[in-house]
Design a protein. Structure first.
Length: 343
């Protein structure tokens, strides 16, 4: 592993307890709700906050006792923190100059990096004249020009509009693919994490609650936060063969399980009816509509009752069913649309 860290921080109302390993060339995304400890972990790695206990080892060398400026780390902050009085070229060259590289050589390498991020024509431009996407690329070039062994990205796309974010996300992925050090990314955006990261580490209340590849985490969420992140309804119940009891509802599933289990299904898998459907459909329950809102091209119906749930249906279906908040409806989901796994 390029990076091995045992991060322990104790404060009056918060404790971070996080073990982290990142391989050479790997991008690990830290995800979690506000206050989970993501940015705190990044600051500990960067040396901007001191560990209460633990260690940080990079390429076999301990970093935790080194000052921030002595660590072979590049960092891109959420607001980029470019020096307003310096040109794009001199912003990129700044780190090299701090490491003792001669001015002419620093500017030569900085110019080469500006060309790599497509900004060779903006070398003399100051930050206030740059767009958000251009500023992000200058900040990335400044972080990478010093050839760090660890790259830290704190919400690097958060300040961009939707169109620019799409373009810069794609460019950032290409640059990260060429970087042979370890990368730790903090983001609130699940799409950023899914596109940029090789592995996700989900933090809640200062500890890891789930980790794995984006596909693994999306398929088997283990907390409500992760389920919301990947857009699934998630419940915990008790399984017996191909049935899972969640509160007072007995769900039929396709997997054979015994004992504590999770049950997940997408909002798009939920069918709604104004009256109880004919026959004896499985996985059927009565619910009350708590709210109705647009969700992409569909309408999201928020349901309360024996279990809370979200259902995504078409605008035409909302009209045909004449759905309004406060109504009682019947909800169902097919066994083939569910996914069950051990808790």
């Amino acid at each position: 592993m390029t990076l091995t860290a045992r991060l322990r921080l104790t404060r009056p109302n918060f404790r971070l307890d996080l073990d982290l390993e990142v391989a050479p060339g790997e991008v690990v995304a830290l995800l979690g709700p506000n206050g989970a400890g993501k940015t705190t972990a990044l600051r500990l790695l960067a040396g901007l906050t001191r560990l209460t206990e633990g260690h940080i080892t990079l390429d076999g060398q301990p970093l935790h006792d080194l000052a921030a400026e002595k660590r072979p780390i590049g960092m891109v902050f959420q607001d980029y923190l470019l020096f307003p009085h310096l040109s794009a070229l001199d912003n990129v060259a700044f780190g090299l100059r701090c490491h003792g590289t001669a001015k002419a050589e620093s500017r030569r390498q900085a110019a080469a990096w500006l060309a790599r991020v497509g900004l060779e024509d903006h070398a003399g431009v100051r930050p206030r004249q740059l767009s958000g996407g251009q500023a992000q690329r200058v900040a990335l070039a400044r972080a990478l020009v010093i050839r760090p062994r660890l790259l830290l990205l704190d919400e690097p796309l958060a300040a961009l509009d939707a169109h620019t974010r799409l373009e810069i996300r794609s460019q950032l992925r290409r640059h990260l693919a060429d970087f042979d050090g370890a990368t730790v990314l903090v983001t609130h955006d699940p799409l950023d994490a899914m596109v940029l990261a090789d592995r996700l580490v989900v933090i809640e209340h200062g500890t890891i609650v789930q980790e794995g590849t984006p596909t693994e985490v999306a398929r088997r969420p283990r907390t409500d936060y992760v389920a919301r992140l990947v857009g699934l309804n998630l419940y915990r119940g008790t399984a017996t063969d191909r049935q899972i009891k969640v509160d007072d509802i007995l769900f039929t599933v396709t997997e054979r399980l015994e004992g504590p289990a999770f049950l997940a299904f997408a909002p798009s898998a939920v069918a709604l009816y104004r009256t109880r459907p004919d026959g004896s459909p499985r996985n059927l329950w009565q619910a009350t509509i708590d709210g109705i809102e647009r969700h992409g091209d569909n309408i999201r119906i928020h349901l309360s009752g024996p279990i809370p749930a979200a259902a995504d249906i078409t605008p035409a279906a909302v009209t045909a069913l004449d759905l309004t908040p406060g109504q009682n409806v019947w909800a169902s989901v097919k066994a083939t649309e569910t996914h069950a796994y051990p808790a």
